[in-house]
Design a protein around this ligand. Structure first.
Ligand code: PRP
Ligand code: MN
Ligand code: MG
Length: 184
């Protein structure tokens, strides 16, 4: 297999910065949910990395469940069409739910998802995202926990993909133009 190091343009958030930020976010979530029965919901596939690391930064025995909703497919921009590919296995009625995402870009995915989960009668629904992009401010979305606010560039790594690849980079960065050009 080829080495993906040569496909990178620049690193925006290092592995160390991610680790440090997750400890801070974990402590905040521990404090906010003290004495409560937290369910963290990871949005597949992008949130796999942040779920795995955030869960281990928590000190409560939080339950974990997963949903798969896709609004992007293989492209680089949002289609606005959200589909449930895999639903929760947990009944969230009267539960404290924290949705965990890798990135909020247009905010379409989460706007839809929050509405969908709230219709199931949970006690609370909050959002935690590793990355927020500027467009997210254009939608009416209350985001409780944000790792990093980043500019509007196409980023990959730490769960974020380009055509399903580069999710496994341990940091967040941008791709060199030749990666897109080779695919065009
Ligand atoms: C990406 C990302 C978020 C969503 C954000 O998921 O992981 O879930 O898009 O975009 P938005 O704010 O513009 O809606 P995607 O649909 O690409 O699926 P994936 O997680 O499997 O990559
Ligand atoms: Mn996603
Ligand atoms: Mg994607």
């Amino acid at each position: 297999a080829k080495d993906m190091g040569q496909d990178l343009e620049k690193v925006l958030v290092t592995e160390e910065q991610i680790t440090t930020r997750l400890q801070e976010m974990g402590a905040q979530i521990d404090a906010d949910y003290a004495g409560r029965d937290l369910l963290i919901v990871g949005v597949l596939k992008g949130a796999v990395m942040v779920m795995a690391d955030l869960a281990r930064a928590l000190h409560s025995p939080a339950a974990m469940d997963w949903m798969a909703v896709s609004s992007y497919g293989a492209g680089t921009s949002s289609s606005g069409v959200v589909r449930i590919l895999k639903d929760l296995e947990t009944d969230i009625k009267d539960r404290d739910v924290l949705i965990v995402e890798d990135v909020i870009d247009s905010g379409l995915t989460l706007s839809w998802l929050v509405g969908n989960l709230k219709s199931r009668g949970p006690k609370s629904v909050e959002i935690c995202t590793m990355v927020r992009k500027p467009m997210a401010f254009d939608v009416d979305l209350d985001v409780r926990y944000v790792g990093f606010d980043l500019p509007n560039e196409f980023i990959v790594g730490y769960g974020l993909d380009y055509a399903e690849r580069y999710r496994n980079l341990p940091f967040i960065g941008t791709l060199a133009p030749h990666v897109y050009e080779d695919d065009a």
